[in-house]
Design a protein around this ligand. Sequence first.
Ligand code: GTP
Length: 597
Amino acid sequence: MSTERIRNFCIIAHIDHGKSTLADRLLERTQAISTREFRNQMLDDMDLERERGITIKASAVALTLRRGETEYNLNLIDTPGHVDFSYEVSRSLGSCEGALLLVDASQGVEAQTVANTYLAMEHDLVIIPVVSKIDLPQSRPYEVLAEMEKTLGISSEEALMVSAKSGEGVDQIFDAIIKYIPPPKGDPSGPLRALIFDSEYDAYRGVIIYLRVFDGSLKVGDEIFMIKTRRSFKVEEVGVFKPKMAPKNGLFTGEVGYCIANIKSIHDVKVGDTVTLNKEKAEKPLTGYRQPIPMVYCGIYPVDNADFKVLREALERLSLNDSSFSFIPETSQALGFGFRCGFLGLLHMDIVQERLERESHINIVQTAPNVTYEILKTNKEVIRVDNPESVPPVNEIDEFREPMVRSSFVLPTEYLGAIMQLAEARRGRYKSTEYLSEKRAILVYELPLAEIIFDFFDKMKSATRGYGTLDYDLIGYESADLVKLDILVGGKRVDALSTIVHKKDAEVRGRKQVKKLKKEISRHLFEVVLQAAIGSRVIARETIKPIAKNVTAKCYGGDITRKRKLLEKQKEGKKRMKSVGNVEIPQKAFLSVLSID
Ligand code: GTP
């Protein structure tokens, strides 16, 4: 097909503004899937995505649209809307010429609407504004249009009004895509240049590469060469997603699809790399992606140490499918052998943990998350610290620096005061307020990232009754008065419970944390002392009184099945326990620092 009849586009929006539902309608209208096959939110094919109702991975699908005698090939790349996944969004944008910018008619412009629109502008995409969910009784499409005009500089005359639920306005979207989004440029007869925008591991077929062809073509039997990894493979199959994989004899300039080439090692493929041909190599690679920097770290350990290898394999598989996630082995006195894992944010961390447990059937213990710090040592060396354990002794620290973010809140004006109070309590620095309309505003604060990764989102949501949204960008590192807070259980320091906190909060946090731990650790046959300490100075103490407990005692004379049930229940509870000395600490306790207010 000539590139003239190809359109590559994505849908960008704030979370829950209706991207997946609209994608479903587009698929249905182009009969990419039969009604029998149709499941709601077809593109969200990961079970976890469907359960949580959010899109985690960007997916690609090829649609065939007939207009009279002409057949168009529309490639839709679905993108996630959550702040943690903006890296996936920018990857999809690099493979498109245009974007549908969706804004919910009942919600209006939100934090990720603004962030994603700027990303699309940076990639020079043609933006088609779409007001969605116009069927909702509480929809206010014209106010929303005015907000889009004011904040995003988008002309409201160009906007489309759509209900993905009733199907109203969906056909106009196709017309606009064909009319306004330019066909891909590129040299069909030049040497192959294709951008890897995603990859996936299949147990039977090896690595499946998702790519967009910018120049030349790729056919079965070709020998490909990957410019960054410098590896060669023979192509076994190429094809497009419809949305299931549909093999073709070749992928041509402007097309989006997949390539299977008997690649067995996940390390041979790098997202952002350029694929070319061995026999005729392209001289210059395409502009790849900036490697995303994980901002949040935590330790992940198998409950049963024998599962270490299984955990490592599961992490490797996950990291291929999700290049924004990183991991390196570490050991903890309390937890044994495990990994220090880096994530883009808390939601990302949650999802990785759930995918790990589901996909590899092992029980894991996760430690409280922390951000990456920079420490200037007295010997003038600067080190990066992504684990409280690697903080050097106080006398070796010249300056402790923490990452700062510029955070934008979009919220109804009546909640401005509440959010300002919250941001100030979290060491925030006020920057500006901009009004979207009489009723809504964008509030900007600079905040330490560490203050956001705890329970900030929940606090912000409840302070704005669910109406506030937040997006943030890293702006750099700043010096701060930070200390390492240690927790001792039975006189032994538990490395996995150490955290880095601001000096002014240390005492309060320490007191609350030992109180919380007291609730989570069950009573033992002996007294258990819990302490919080900074260096050698103990700042808080609690004791758990001993009890003599025999779970089966109450079953004497009773029937045996009941006794067995009780023992089973106790075993179940132990699955997520880790022993420190002779004290058993449940998984929940390792995360107890997360909500200590
Ligand atoms: P993420 O993938 O999590 O970013 O969400 P999304 O933007 O893909 O939103 P999704 O399509 O999952 O829709 C969110 C909710 O809005 C779902 O409950 C949909 O049923 C509902 N929804 C989507 N489009 C419409 C619409 O046109 N009208 C109405 N009434 N509801 C809609």
